[in-house]
Ligand binder design. Structure first.
Ligand code: SF4
Length: 341
């Protein structure tokens, strides 16, 4: 669906000025700073950045699963279908998790319980959120295994996670995440441990399920290729900040933040001629900053070839259109240059 044709009532999730802090070694560390975005019904939002940029912490904060202590949601709202998940009771958030918002974790082997059968684990999720009998829950579990295209689901229901391939375990995780038909599905690096063929199959499956159920998907990844495959819109994160947001084509073909531009340059292209001598892939110099040291100004400045004196202050968000913004002083300079011209 075209983003511009969506109605306000299509908006399922509103995240506003979300801030997460951790106490580490007696210091308060800002892990997420001022994260805001919205998600419409049937939309896929890609959240991209290097490890340690705050992508997975954003997912945990949306589910209100930030480990506390040492962490806490210091400020902000996570409004799902009109209900602020930051404020609801512990009992209510346990009900919401799994039934309204659920998550596919990175590594199915460590997320699935090795001592219970696949059927038990899916059926338990179903029974936790509705009043199905044990036999009904197993019937529903079988339907879910069919939906995620696991062959011989009757047999697989009775098997343990170690008896399944990596791709099948990830399908089981998807089945568990979808068991109660959530409005929002968070997929945190769902294909990291899988080869490219299985990765493509998992993405196709997620798209199919989204078409049938209208589920919103938040895809968390460090891989722009995965985002290009799945997402309608993209948020780029760096050091706990949202530094660029836009529609997939706006960001992939017109990135404005130097970090996003660097990420795109690092994407490998398919080599069609094996004899072709190719330049080594460029890399973004330096590393993600240590948040423990505290940051002043633009967090990307030590790695940015455009850094200027003004970058010692944290940049504002510059609005470039409908759900399109960039957090970089260069945008302001650009505007000034254009105005003067
Ligand atoms: Fe580079 Fe300055 Fe923009 Fe940060 S604000 S990305 S340092 S130009």
């Amino acid at each position: 669906m075209n983003n511009n044709t969506r109605n306000p009532e299509d908006t399922v999730l509103i995240v506003e000025n979300l801030c997460v802090d951790f106490y580490v070694k007696g210091k308060l560390v800002h892990i997420l700073s001022d994260i805001s975005f919205t998600l419409d019904r049937g939309e896929t939002l890609g959240i991209i950045g290097e490890s340690g940029c705050g992508k997975s912490m954003t997912a945990l904060a949306l589910m209100r699963m930030v480990p506390s202590p040492p962490g806490m949601i210091r400020a902000g709202r996570v409004v799902l279908n009109g209900e602020d998940l930051v404020k609801v009771s512990e009992k209510r958030i346990r009900d919401v998790r799994g039934s309204k918002i659920s998550m596919i974790f990175q590594e199915p082997m460590t997320s699935l319980n090795p001592v219970y059968t696949v059927g038990n684990q899916i059926a338990e999720t179903i029974r936790r959120h509705n009043n199905s009998s044990r036999s009904q829950a197993f019937e529903e579990a079988m339907d879910l295994l069919r939906m995620v295209q696991i062959p011989a689901p009757e047999r697989r229901l009775r098997e343990y996670p170690h008896q399944l391939s990596g791709g099948m375990r990830q399908r089981v995780m998807i089945a568990i995440a979808l068991a109660c038909e959530p409005d929002v599905l968070i997929a945190d690096e769902p294909t990291t441990a899988l080869d490219v063929t299985v990765q493509a199959q998992i993405f196709d499956l997620l798209k199919e399920i989204q078409d049938i159920r209208g589920t919103c998907i938040i895809l968390i990844t460090h891989d722009f290729g995965a985002v290009a495959e799945m997402a309608d819109r993209v948020i780029v994160m760096y050091a706990g900040h949202k530094i660029e947001e836009g529609k997939l084509d706006e960001v992939s073909s017109g990135a404005r933040h130097p970090y996003t531009q660097g990420l795109l340059r690092c994407m490998p292209e398919i080599q069609t001629d094996p004899k072709e001598n190719r330049e080594p892939l460029p890399e973004i110099p330096g590393t993600v900053p240590d948040l423990l040291r505290g940051l002043e100004g633009c967090p990307f400045a030590p790695r940015c070839s455009f850094a200027m004196p003004k970058c010692q202050q944290l940049p504002d968000y510059f609005d470039l259109g409908y759900k399109r913004s960039v957090k970089c002083w260069l945008i302001q300079e650009d505007v000034k240059v254009k105005k003067q011209a």
